[in-house]
Design a binder for this molecule. Structure first.
Ligand SMILES: C[S@@+](CC[C@H](N)C(=O)[O-])C[C@H]1O[C@@H](n2cnc3c(N)ncnc32)[C@H](O)[C@@H]1O
Length: 202
């Protein structure tokens, strides 16, 4: 039954929106030719959008399940995304191989958040960035959001506060943590968090 709901929610227009990705790139431009990992492919629209928006980049998109993915419906860029079935807790990607890791509306439903953040830090190159967009755990929607998710999608769902994220990011050894919000009606409900893997200097 939960998988039916997952499929239903994945079909909502919001789930296909590229706005979360677009807003993130406005605040964290990436170099041409970047190696980019998305955790939580869902239907694959985010990864497809990134491959069009960053035509020189190579996008990898990991998901624990390929059930929602519809590759034939995706409009991809010149370098199509590579979809990989794996868990965020065990990324099966080389260490220090990624310039950026995206987690869009995904971190809230992952198991072992500390382990996931360590995996993110492991696969990022020094100077690479974490880009996380999710429900702000301080918003009044936290309760209703978690309730619906617990009932229909996953008992794991937890809407993190910026402080909780800051702590996880610091424990994983990332720095430059900051949170921004979109002005307008989404203000306060969605937050975008950014962090960077330090560049080691001699
Ligand atoms: C709400 S969707 C977000 C999809 C996409 N990023 C978007 O914004 O449209 C969350 C995705 O996280 C995936 N997911 C859940 N647990 C996971 C895990 N342990 N490792 C990797 N992906 C996982 C789910 O299968 C689902 O596709």
């Amino acid at each position: 039954m939960p998988s039916l709901f997952k499929r239903f929610f994945a079909r909502l227009p919001m789930a296909r929106s590229s706005r979360a990705y677009e807003f993130a790139l406005e605040h964290m431009p990436l170099p041409e030719g970047a190696q980019v990992l998305e955790i939580g492919a869902g239907q694959g629209f985010g990864a497809a959008w990134l491959s069009r928006r960053l035509p020189q980049a190579q996008i990898y998109s990991v998901d624990v399940s390929m059930d929602c993915l519809k590759p034939e419906r995706l409009e991809v860029g010149p370098h199509p995304p590579v979809f990989i079935q794996a868990s965020a807790t065990d990324l099966a990607l080389a260490s220090a191989s990624m310039d950026a890791v995206f987690l869009v509306m995904t971190f809230h439903c992952l198991p072992q958040p500390q382990r996931v953040m360590q995996e993110v830090a492991r696969v990022l190159r020094p100077g690479g960035v974490l880009i996380l967009a999710d429900v702000d755990g301080r918003h009044w929607m936290k309760g209703p959001f978690e309730l619906v998710e617990h009932l229909f999608i996953s008992k794991l769902t937890h809407a993190y506060t910026p402080d909780e994220l800051a702590s996880l990011v610091a424990q994983a050894g990332l720095d430059d943590f900051r949170v921004v919000r979109r002005p307008g009606k989404e203000s306060g409900f969605m937050m975008w968090a950014f962090a960077r893997k330090p560049v080691l200097r001699k």
